[in-house]
Structures are given as structure tokens and as C-alpha cells.
Design a protein around this ligand. Structure first.
Ligand code: NAP
Length: 253
């Protein structure tokens, strides 16, 4: 029998994993998206879109679908769903595994100001008006409303209305290449970069470009999420699923 797996996605790794599982007859997996981006590129593999209705809704979904594993491959800043996953897996008695990509670490030449929230990042921009690259997505732009005197370049996947007075939207979806990031920072005369510490290779070139151009980075640290069984790579994750599949076969589930 194929192992039934619910994959909480919304990331490149989530998509990669789901594609890998879909090709493997040992698994019967469903990829779940929150539905945040209006330009969601729907995969051709089994998927669903939309929230579950909190931890209880997710636990009900796991029970109703007789899922045998819950895989959290959400973004490190998607703290609510990761926390719901822990509670739901416990309530529904389903094994949970989380992919937690390592955070980026400061390297020689990096000029980072580490902050713990977007509000703190906005305060760290300071009083003089600066040209700021906001590479943080669309959800937390309101945190910069108290600092309207800066000139912002906002990069987000969707076309979104901007309420900041001096702001320009760059609608783009990663991965981004170093050469393009260098060109962007230079042509926009960026003086400060605000970034979440996402830890993914797909968006790291902006950090490299900032280092090369000696542009300071306001680096927002990751939110805390409740402990879960974590792995750092997709290989480790698939090994865990293989072991679960072998066990469930032995038990005749
Ligand atoms: P969040 O604050 O942790 O979650 C908010 C709510 O969205 C959750 O309570 C849940 O609704 C729903 N949700 C989140 N991920 C879901 C999923 N994979 N499938 C079904 N429902 C989901 O998350 P967020 O920061 O808004 O991020 C939303 C999605 O975008 C996540 O899937 C994440 O992987 C992706 N993403 C986030 C960021 C970021 O910087 N936050 C960056 C890139 C991608 P219910 O409570 O109703 O179940």
C-alpha cells in the first residue's frame, strides 16, 4: 500500500519534494498551498489550495484523509502553519517531519544589522532618507509605514498596490542570479537591503551582491516555532519517508 502523505508547501523545496513523491509508487501524496499568491503556478500533480481552519482543521483533514505522514516544507517565516502542524500531528497521531533549511550565516565582508522583527527593521533604516531594497515579499510591507521618508524598491511575486509614498514595485519570482542582483542594486542606487533570513540558495545572490557592493543588510531573524523532528535536506527527508513506508508495510497498514 502507498504511504499517504500530506505535504505543506508554498516553497520551491515543497514543489520539488511533491514532484519526487508523485513519481514514486510507494507514496500517495497531496501538496498543499495556502493560496497567498494570486499568480500561483499550479503543478500537474495532486494538490489543494487554501487554509485548513487552524490546527483543529488540519487535524480533521489528516484524520479524514487517513494520512500517515505530515511533511512541513513551508517557508521558515511561515510560523503559524508550522506551529499548527505540530499541534495537528499530535492530535491526529500522525508522524510529522519538517524541512528546516539552515539560516544564512554572516561571511567576511558582510555588513549585517540583525533584527528580530519587521518593525525593528523599519526603525533600523534610520532618519536620513535612504534608497532601500525591500526584498521581503508582500505581507509585511505595512511595517514600513512609520518610515515613509525612504525610497523603497519593493520586490514581490504579485502585482500589488503600494501605499508607501516613495515606492516602486518590482514584480518577480525567484530564483535570482547574482549578475542580475548586482545590476539591480547598482541601477537602483540601493543603499540598504532588507531581507528575511530565508536560508535558500534561490534568493541568496542578493546577499552576495550586497557584500560585493558593500551595501549594509538589515537581516530579519527567523521567528520561533515549536520543536519538531527536523531535517536540513530533501535527501534526509526522503530517507525518513522511506523508513516510514518500510515500517507501515511491515505492519501491513
Ligand atoms: P503562516 O502565517 O504560517 O500561515 C497563515 C495561515 O495560512 C495558516 O494558519 C494556514 O491557514 C494557512 N497556510 C499556510 N501555509 C499553508 C499551506 N502550505 N497549506 C494550507 N494552508 C496554509 O504562513 P504565511 O507566512 O502566510 O505563508 C503562507 C504560505 O506562503 C506558506 O505556505 C509558506 O510556505 C509560503 N511562503 C511564505 C513566505 C513568508 O515569508 N512568510 C515566503 C515564501 C513562501 P489555516 O490556519 O486556516 O489552516
Amino acid at each position: 500500500m502507498a504511504l499517504k502523505i500530506l505535504v505543506l508547501g508554498g516553497t520551491g523545496e515543497g514543489r520539488l519534494l511533491a514532484e519526487q513523491l508523485a513519481r514514486d509508487p510507494r507514496y500517495d501524496s497531496l501538496l498543499s498551498f495556502a493560496g497567498r499568491t494570486s499568480s500561483l503556478v499550479r503543478p500537474t500533480l495532486p494538490h489543494r489550495v487554501g487554509g485548513f481552519g487552524g490546527a483543529e482543521g488540519l487535524a480533521d483533514f489528516l484524520r479524514a484523509g487517513a494520512y500517515q505522514a505530515l511533511v512541513d516544507v513551508t517557508h521558515p517565516f511561515a510560523a503559524r502553519i508550522s506551529s499548527n502542524a505540530v499541534a495537528a500531528a499530535r492530535a491526529a497521531d500522525v508522524p510529522l517531519i519538517r524541512l528546516s533549511r539552515p539560516a544564512w550565516e554572516r561571511r567576511p565582508g558582510d555588513d549585517w544589522i540583525e533584527v528580530s522583527s519587521m518593525a525593528e527593521a523599519a526603525r533600523a533604516l534610520g532618519d536620513p532618507a535612504r534608497r532601500v531594497f525591500l526584498s521581503i515579499g508582500k505581507q509585511e510591507l505595512a511595517a514600513f509605514a512609520p518610515a515613509p521618508h525612504h525610497h523603497y524598491l519593493v520586490r514581490a511575486i504579485d502585482q500589488i498596490p503600494l501605499t508607501l509614498p516613495h515606492a516602486k514595485l518590482l514584480s518577480a519570482r525567484g530564483p535570482f542570479a547574482l549578475h542580475d542582483e548586482l545590476q539591480l542594486l547598482q541601477s537602483e542606487r540601493i543603499e540598504l537591503l532588507v531581507s528575511k533570513n530565508a536560508g535558500t540558495a534561490a534568493t541568496y545572490p542578493k546577499i552576495q551582491a550586497a557584500r560585493m557592493l558593500r551595501i549594509p543588510v538589515i537581516m530579519v531573524q527567523r521567528p520561533l516555532v515549536p520543536a519538531a523532528h527536523e531535517v536540513q535536506t530533501l535527501d534526509e527527508l526522503t530517507q525518513f519517508l522511506e523508513a516510514l513506508h518500510t515500517r507501515s508495510k511491515r505492519l501491513g497498514e
